[in-house]
Write a protein of this length. Sequence first.
Length: 307
Amino acid sequence: MNNLLTESFERIMGRYPGEVQGESGSFSPDHSRDNMGMEIFFKQVAKVEAQIENITILHSKLQASNEECKQVTKASAMKEIKVRMEKDVEEVTKLAYKAKTDLEQLDRDNLANRQKPGCEKGTAVDRSRTSMTVALKKRLNDRISQFQVLRQSIRDEYREVVERRVYTVTGTLPDEDTIDQLIETGDSEHIFSNAIQGYGRGQIVETFAEIQERRNAVLELEQRLQDLQQMFLDMAVLVEAQGDMIDDIEAQVTKAVDHVQRGTETLKQAKKTQKNTRKYMCIAIIILLIVIIVAIFGILKGAGKSV
């Protein structure tokens, strides 16, 4: 499926890669890309590709922000990163929704395009449109899946940071239940009660604030990324089903390409053989004529001497 976009134009024009123009009779020269609806289709494809690229860029930004969170120790800095990440996730959601909507429109356009002559179901045009649309869906779905990996990474790293903060303040490595309770409730004061008595509330209040701000950020980001995943559950199922169909089409197309190429070579060899056969036949005829002429000349010469 990787070569769908690069090979689509030749298929749309009624030939497969490796064929010489004019060897395939699938489409007449009058079937241009424009009257088959491909000019508009390619513009729509380019639009969705740009949206997916922007989503990829935002994913990289969120990864960088998450790495930055690991080094933050102040609530104010954590809040600043939180606001930035929430803005990026919101932008991802808008782009993803728009890309999904555009792809759904492409599906409807593909069905409508089958009504045009030469674009019926199963034709080169229809196969190319369907293959390219499914390929875009798969790319978008893969990008969205990366955000779920990021969501889990954010949660795991949050747990590690909280564990380090507790150890730094209390001097004791917390057990799993303590970390779970702190993550679940956000109530860290009772955990740090001994530290408060020993050092005073003022010295560790910044740690309280930073842990609370980090928790708020993680919960908000988790929810937004979860909503993003829910938005694409139906597409994930559809992509899996259509992907198997496209893989089968690609296998059939590959076989067809091989058959076409072998057929082309066979025709070339047949033409060469036919040309050589004609050449040898002409030589044989000429030799035969020479023999006949010589024989006739010999007979006439013998007849002249006998007279």
